[in-house]
Design a protein. Structure first.
Length: 255
C-alpha cells in the first residue's frame, strides 16, 4: 500500500548504524551552545520529536512526520536542528521556494541560531538584510552546522558543495509530499550519502497517488503522526472555523 494512504504504517525499513549519542536524544537531553535560546516546544511537538528520534533509533533511515498546518512544524524541526547540531551532527534544511528559505532562516534567527544559507546571491543578501532589520544583527554564517538550502540552487551547484554534502548527517525537507525518488527533491537526498532524513508535511498524499514510501516511488521508510486538527482546535492551539461560500447563479447558465 502506498505510504501516503496507509492509516498505520510500519514499512519495510532500511537499517542503518545510528550513533550511540542518539539514544540520549530520546530523553531530549539538551546541551545548548552559548547564545542559543531554549526552544519551548508544545507538548504535542515534544511528543512528535520523540517519535522522530525513536524511529531513527529503531533503524529507520528516512522518517516522514505528518502534522497539520498551523501546528508549528517549522519550530519543531528548528528545535531538532539545534539539538542535532549540538551533538556534532550537521543538518541541512531544504525548501523549494525562496520565501520558505527566508521564513526558516528568520525562525532560526528568533532562537539565536547561526546558520549557513545556500541559495542565489540576491536571496542571501535579502535574507541578511531582513535579519539585520528584525534582529539587529546577522545570523548568517558559512561555518555553521545548520544550513538552509534552496533545492534548485543546490542541485545546480552540487559540484561546488560536494565536501559539505558528504559531511551532512541529517537532511530535513519541508513540504515533503513533493519527494519522489526520481524528481528534483529525490535527487537532492542523493547528495547526502552519509545522512538520515526527515520529511515534514501536513498532507502526505499526492494528487497523482504516487506513494511516498521507499517501497514505492518515494524515499521514506516510516511515518510518524502529530495531532489531528480537531484536537488542536479543542485544545485552543488553532481557532475554530466556519465554512461559507458566496451565492451564485451559475446553475442557471449550465446547459
Amino acid at each position: 500500500m502506498p505510504l501516503e494512504v496507509s492509516p498505520v504504517l510500519i514499512l519495510k525499513s532500511t537499517k542503518i548504524n545510528v550513533n550511540r549519542r542518539l539514544a540520549l536524544s530520546i530523553e531530549i537531553v539538551r546541551t545548548c551552545c552559548e547564545g542559543i535560546k531554549m526552544i519551548q516546544l508544545r507538548s504535542y511537538q515534544h511528543d512528535l520529536k520523540v517519535q522522530i528520534l525513536q524511529a531513527w533509533r529503531d533503524g529507520y533511515k528516512n522518517v516522514l512526520a505528518r502534522s497539520p498546518t498551523g501546528s508549528g512544524k517549522t519550530v519543531l524541526f528548528s528545535d531538532l536542528s539545534v539539538f542535532l547540531s549540538t551533538q556534532t551532527e550537521p543538518v541541512c534544511i531544504a525548501v523549494h521556494r525562496k520565501e520558505l528559505v527566508s521564513q526558516i532562516s528568520l525562525t532560526l534567527c528568533s532562537f539565536g541560531i547561526y546558520h549557513n544559507i545556500i541559495a542565489s546571491k540576491p536571496t542571501i543578501r535579502g535574507i541578511i538584510s531582513e535579519q539585520r532589520k528584525d534582529f539587529g544583527k546577522q545570523w548568517y554564517s558559512y561555518k555553521a552546522d545548520v544550513t538552509v538550502v534552496s533545492v534548485d540552487t543546490l542541485n545546480s551547484r552540487i559540484d561546488n558543495h560536494r565536501t559539505w554534502a558528504n559531511s551532512i548527517k541529517v537532511w530535513i525537507i519541508d513540504e515533503a509530499a513533493h519527494v519522489l525518488k526520481t524528481n528534483k527533491w529525490g535527487k537532492l537526498t542523493d547528495h547526502f550519502p552519509n545522512a538520515r532524513g526527515l520529511g515534514v508535511t501536513a498532507t502526505p498524499q499526492r494528487l497523482d497517488r504516487a506513494g511516498l514510501g521507499s517501497h514505492a516511488k518515494g524515499v521514506f521508510d516510516v511515518m510518524v503522526h502529530g495531532p489531528e486538527v480537531k484536537w488542536l482546535i479543542e485544545e485552543g492551539y488553532l481557532c475554530d472555523y466556519k465554512l461559507g461560500f458566496p451565492k451564485s447563479d451559475y446553475e442557471a447558465h449550465l446547459r
